[in-house]
Unconditional design. Structure first.
Length: 581
């Protein structure tokens, strides 16, 4: 093996990893919405968690990435530590799919159907289809499929390049003698773990082993310990990602490592004990790519089957390594580890934005309560809610800007833009809640009391305001477009109410029933009501435009006011009757 073969080996590895990355990104984008739904279905049922881990890893083609996401989920409080264990176990099984795909390269036979089953035969066809979809298709879904096909073709090309580079080693006595050292289980496990930890991918290290197996010098006795070590080495990524996280997130990484070490140890002891008794005939024979895929799958399935009943014990073991103390860990609001999978990160950001929406809604409800009956504690709570909304906006804004830099499809990109707009409106709603509390405080401090007619009008306005903020938050939380369409007619009604209330105030002012000072305070209240409804309107319009793959809110409002949107005038009439003075 000369310097050019070595360069070819590392070049093949680079192409292999690139292909895996492109294919994984494409699969992730194709299944992005499914990933969100899968995440939402996580329950206390460990079996569902196991299937979830398998499914997500099969989609993104990386158990390391799945485990890093799980660490992020636990760190953010989305997922409990106990829920994460079965998902990690499932990820170990899901990662075996790559090895099975690569094992197809070793198919032998002159039959045209067998030859066509080899990835080297059909991957060029997939590459041609993929590049056509990527270059000429306008739909994101087809472009994503194109990325998957091209990524797979590149991956296979890298695998073939590695295989060709080591072909000359089959007759090399030095290489053969080196590989016999790996028959020592401890040394083989250490080498497998070290290689996988360095390249940060068990799939890639298994691919390298499969490429080396084509030389005919790798036996089952060499390969099995290395495979066991590869599963331990893949824990390095999760361990690194857990640095700086809370205790439960670090425990998740420890569970991942513990599971693989215990699994490898038990499997090795059991396998070598059985070999000592029965003297397996295949043990000293050469292993091929398919044999490596089989061994990889058997180990991961066996380890999961053995340790699945002991999920609670694994959790206790993690607490033993990382015990609790008196200082309670704080959950991180938004975890950047989730950015490795943009659809999941976007879903996470939306969940936090929903919390912000409820904070804004509660601040409005409390401020209207303080206006009706002044309470210093309520006013303080509104100010605290406004500070909380500011915090949400800062964190979400930074997070969404970072998410924009990731490889997003067009749909997710529009949703990120929509969220950025919506959180700005939600923060301003909280500001107006504080302004209404300032009105309530001024009324209380100056001993000003509105007339009976003014109080009746204010009650009508408050009722309309409670409905529009409730409608907006419900629509935003559940992505309910039917409710989103009702926001603009109600906003028009609030604008109409403001005009009528101001008109009524002018009449009372002329009749001497109220003072100029009272009028200023009353006007401040009405302005804030109108501004709140405007921001609700912005959120509703943003939702509807995003759902229709547009982002022209001014055009939407123009269409609504010109009467081209369904039932707008009818809804306006309904709300004007409902909130008639």
């Amino acid at each position: 093996m000369d310097i050019f073969s070595i360069l070819s080996l590392f070049g093949g590895l680079a192409i292999f990893l690139f292909g895996m990355n492109v294919m994984g990104d494409g699969l992730e984008k194709c299944g992005g919405n499914k990933l969100k739904k899968i995440l939402e279905s996580v329950t206390q049922n460990p079996f569902k968690g196991l299937l979830l881990g398998m499914a997500v890893t099969a989609i993104i083609q990386s158990s390391s990435a799945t485990t890093v996401m799980v660490v992020g989920f636990v760190n953010s409080g989305i997922m409990k530590l106990s829920q994460s264990i079965s998902i990690i176990m499932g990820a170990n099984i899901g990662t075996t799919i790559t090895a099975w795909l690569l094992s197809l390269t070793g198919l032998q036979g002159d039959n045209i159907f067998i030859r066509f089953l080899k990835p080297t035969s059909f991957s060029p066809v997939l590459a041609v289809i993929g590049i056509i979809l990527l270059m000429f298709s306008k739909r994101d879904s087809r472009k994503n499929i194109g990325s998957v096909l091209i990524g797979f073709a590149v991956l296979i090309a890298g695998m073939e390049m590695m295989t060709s580079s080591v072909e000359g080693l089959k007759n090399n006595e030095t290489f053969t003698s080196i590989f016999t050292l790996f028959s020592n289980p401890v040394l083989g496990i250490l080498v497998g773990a070290l290689l996988t930890a360095v390249i940060q991918s068990s799939s890639a290290s298994v691919g390298i082993l499969q490429a080396l197996s084509t030389t005919g010098t790798v036996t089952y006795s060499n390969a099995i310990p290395i495979i066991l070590g590869q599963n331990i080495g893949t824990c390095a990524t999760a361990l690194l990602s857990s640095v700086g996280t809370n205790k439960n997130a670090r425990r998740t990484a420890v569970i991942h490592l513990s599971f693989n070490i215990i699994g490898a140890t038990v499997f090795a002891l059991g396998f070598y004990a059985l070999n000592a008794i029965f003297d397996f005939s295949f043990f000293s024979k050469s292993i091929n790519a398919a044999g490596i895929a089989v061994a990889h799958s058997i180990f991961n399935i066996t380890a999961t089957a053995l340790l699945f009943p002991f999920i609670k014990q694994l959790e206790k073991l993690a607490y033993l390594f990382i015990p609790n103390n008196e200082i309670k860990d704080k959950k991180q609001l938004l975890d950047e580890r989730l950015l490795v999978t943009p659809p999941i990160a976007l879903s996470h950001a939306k969940n936090v934005a929903v919390k912000m929406a409820h904070t804004a809604k509660n601040s409005i409800v409390m401020s209207l309560e303080a206006l009706g009956k002044y309470d210093k504690d309520i006013v303080e709570a509104v100010h605290n809610a406004e500070s909380k909304a500011d915090m949400y906006e800062d964190h979400l804004g930074d997070y969404l800007v970072k998410l924009c830099k990731e490889n997003l499809n067009a749909s997710d990109s529009r949703e990120v833009s929509a969220l950025l707009h919506c959180i700005g409106d939600l923060e301003r709603i909280s500001d107006h809640a504080v302004n209404i509390c300032d009105v309530a405080t001024e009324l209380n401090n100056k001993g000003i009391v509105f007339t009976d007619n003014a109080r009746k009008e204010i009650k009508v306005m408050c009722d309309a305001l409670r409905e529009i903020i409730g409608l907006t938050v419900d629509a935003f939380e559940n992505n309910d477009l039917a409710k989103a369409q009702l926001i603009e007619p109600l906003e028009e009604t609030v604008d109409y109410l403001r005009y009528k209330l101001k008109e009524g105030h002018v009449i009372r002012l002329k009749q001497g029933e109220c003072t100029i000072e009272t009028g200023f305070i009353y006007s401040d209240f009405l302005i804030n009501c109108e501004r709140i409804s405007d921001h609700c309107s912005n959120i509703g319009a943003c939702m509807l435009e995003t759902a229709h793959d547009r982002f022209e809110m001014h055009e939407y409002l123009s269409r609504v006011k010109e009467g081209t949107e369904n039932d707008f005038k009818k809804q306006c009439a309904y709300y004007r009757q409902k909130y008639a003075l």
